[in-house]
Write a protein that binds this ligand. Structure first.
Ligand SMILES: [Zn+2]
Length: 470
């Protein structure tokens, strides 16, 4: 059983950057939360709300606006703060302007209106407080603070805010294409990722607070299976019905799920955690992660929390076209199966394996949708050590480990213009706040958590873009 974690037990150096007015920063975040930036499609979105947010950004960060350029690419934002050494690759921080809608029927459960931007003694309330206007505004606060202290960055700083991350990521795709067309490059990029601080029990390290810096993301793949059928009266189902053939194919598919494997990133997770791992079966194995890779992968696949990190997962979710009457045979029936691809696994790989598994059933398989897995970046890549150092400085006692995200974010769009992509939120809210608030009701961030995240980003920028040593 995982222990409940109080993130404040892992806060330190809260008096750093005392020159930042954190109350004013909370007010600016609250104002951003009042913009109802819900993306519903190019035609139906109320772009006026995005313009309101953009106006708020322009009005709130005078040093950024004086030193840099604010550009719109469609409805997405690219802010460029030029460095004194323009030949160096830039430092890039990204986030998205859009927020998910309020789930219909839950309006009454919000203690403060979802777009109220209310502030009380402890919290800033509103949709987007954790996903991810907190990060968007904190990136601006950190940049503004360093510029206000009279310094100019050595490396150019890009702040890029997409418009539709929660739906399509077309904004980020356009921003990345815009950068590529102008030959702009970043040494590294930081985007949203997991915010969770969790007990390491699943890894055999109970009592160790763990959090991750994600250097890739899983791919998303839907495969549609079709069994053709003529339909007709069920008194002569010679050769079996289409539904029978489809079910046989699904059963074969379920019996041939991809084997667990320990990729380089999760091997890195175990290596980083090894000094804390005390419990079997991993304690006996992590002395030689590489040599025991297969045994670790198999053991991890038996632990619910670790399973998606060692397996390309297979979820049989949709069945369409079955007959509604017991005496009528169905015509064409379809099943859609959702796969989440480990980094390094491709859709065509999976399709080929699926076709082998269902050979002889007469069922057709095709890729209906694919978002490839992210590039696998390295913990030795640019910015990782500095990001980890900033997180460790403000959150000592936490084991920061490399991992990947199981969902998708905008960051994958920037692979062609970025040396290294890291997905991590600079904020560590209580796990229950995150579980309830992100895409749920009563989304809110504590002022203390928000201030600490601003400090993390400030330190990161100070030690990278504004440093002569990076
Ligand atoms: Zn998000």
């Amino acid at each position: 059983m995982s222990k409940k974690i109080n993130p404040y037990d892992y806060f330190a150096h809260e008096d750093d950057y005392a020159g930042i007015d954190y109350d004013a920063a909370c007010s600016r975040l609250a104002e951003a939360l009042r913009c109802k930036t819900v993306y519903t499609g190019a035609e139906s979105t109320d772009w006026g709300e995005f313009e309101k947010l953009q106006g708020h950004i322009r009005a709130s960060f005078p040093h950024i606006m004086a030193a840099g350029a604010f550009e719109l690419v469609g409805h997405s934002v690219l802010i460029t703060v030029p460095g004194t050494e323009p030949d160096l690759d830039a430092v890039q921080l990204i986030a998205h302007q859009d927020v998910v809608p309020v789930v219909p029927g839950t309006e009454g459960e919000w203690l403060h209106g979802p777009f109220s931007g209310d502030i009380d003694d402890e919290w800033v309330w509103g949709r987007g407080a954790l996903d991810i206007k907190d990060m968007l505004m904190a990136e601006l606060e950190a940049t503004e603070h360093l510029l206000a202290s009279g310094r100019a960055p050595r490396r150019t700083v890009y702040l890029a805010f997409g418009e539709d991350e929660e739906v399509r990521s077309l904004g980020a795709t356009a921003l990345a294409a815009h950068m590529e067309s102008r030959g702009l490059r970043s040494a590294f990029l930081v985007d949203e990722g997991t915010t969770t601080l969790f007990d390491g029990a699943a890894y055999g390290a109970p009592g160790t607070a763990v959090s991750d810096i994600c250097v890739s993301q899983k791919g998303y793949l839907d495969i549609e299976f079709v069994a053709r059928g003529e339909g007709g009266h069920s008194s002569n189902p010679f050769g079996g019905t289409s539904l029978e053939r489809l079910c046989r194919a699904v059963a074969l598919l379920a019996a041939s799920k991809p084997e667990p494997e320990l990729g380089s990133i999760v091997a890195g997770t175990f290596e980083a955690l090894a000094p804390h791992i005390t419990k079997p079966p991993f304690a006996e194995l992590v002395g030689d992660v590489e040599g025991n890779a297969q045994a670790i992968a198999e053991a991890a696949s038996g632990v619910r929390e670790l399973y998606p990190f060692v397996c390309t997962t297979v979820a049989v979710d949709c069945l369409e076209g079955a007959s509604t009457a017991a005496n009528v045979m169905p015509g064409d029936v379809r099943a859609t199966v959702n796969f989440r691809l480990l980094p390094g696994t491709t859709g065509p790989d999976v399709l080929a394996a699926v076709e082998r598994a269902i050979a002889g059933t007469g069922v057709e398989a095709r890729i209906a949708h694919e978002t490839p897995a992210g590039r696998v970046d390295s913990v030795d890549g640019p910015g990782y050590a500095e990001l980890k150092e900033a997180l460790e400085h403000f959150h000592p006692g936490v084991a920061w480990v490399p991992s990947f995200v199981c969902g998708g974010t905008d960051s994958v769009r920037y692979e062609r213009v970025c040396g290294s992509i890291m997905r991590v939120c600079p904020f560590r809210p209580a796990p229950e706040e995150e579980a309830r608030g992100v895409h749920g009701v009563n989304e809110r961030i504590s002022k203390r958590t928000y201030a600490q995240g601003i400090r993390v980003l400030t330190r990161l920028l100070e030690h990278t873009a504004f440093s002569t040593d990076f």
